[in-house]
Design a binder for this molecule. Structure first.
Ligand code: ATP
Length: 194
């Protein structure tokens, strides 16, 4: 299993978001996390990435405790959490060149729109397409996506389904937090409702 949790729980303030969560996601599998606004979907993803400590229980990702500060961990785990992970002054082409350079492998432009426009000038959907393409095109064992359908148009949502399927087919363990039922129906091997 690439992702495993045992008795995982998070309490925010006075509110218990989830408790006793037992998850196991292997390579080539996709787990969708569903739930209402505020249910704790993003919180769970942050626990899997090591950017938030759980209140109780344990998490193992790629055989160890997740740690977003570890370069070794980040090389194996690809994430799209929000749109802040872009450099405003760099274009999509430059972002992907940077990625190619840091992974020592060719990350092509693919269908990324507006390849020569600085990220600061891209629309929300264009930014999201760049982030999603980059996350799946680079080598990864685990893929964590937080509401990836956000800001995408109908074509973009269809393309997103293909991206997730590609990652799963290549053997990654994928966890997607989503409200979007058609996406869940298409990509989920398992669903956990918070
Ligand atoms: N940094 C924080 N400090 C304190 N409480 C937080 C923090 N981040 C989130 N919360 C609280 O934790 C709860 C769960 O938030 P979370 O973002 O995980 O929910 P979500 O299911 O992803 O919601 P949405 O569908 O709206 O994105 C919310 O009640 C929220 O107010």
């Amino acid at each position: 299993m690439l992702i495993r949790t045992h008795d995982l729980g998070v309490t925010a303030g006075e509110t218990e978001l989830f408790s006793g969560l037992e998850l196991a996601v292997g390579g080539g599998e996709c787990l969708v996390v569903s739930g209402a606004n505020g249910a704790g979907k993003s919180t769970l993803l942050r626990c899997l990435y090591g950017s938030q400590a759980p209140t109780s229980g344990s998490v193992s990702v790629c055989g160890g405790q997740p740690d977003e500060r570890s370069a070794r961990f980040r090389r194996r785990v690809s994430v799209v959490f929000d749109d802040s992970a872009l450099f405003d002054e760099l274009t999509p082409r430059q972002h992907l060149d940077l990625l190619s350079h840091s992974f020592g492998t060719e990350v092509d432009l693919g269908p990324v729109p507006a390849p020569d426009v600085p990220a600061a000038e891209l629309s929300a959907g264009q930014r999201r397409r760049l982030l999603l393409h980059a996350a799946v095109a680079r080598p990864h064992d685990v893929l964590l996506l937080d509401e990836p359908e956000r800001a995408l148009d109908a074509d973009g949502r269809e393309w997103l389904e293909e991206l997730i399927t590609t990652s799963v087919t290549r053997g990654a363990a994928v966890v997607v937090a989503s409200h979007h039922t058609p996406l869940t129906d298409t990509v989920a091997d398992y669903v956990v409702a918070l």
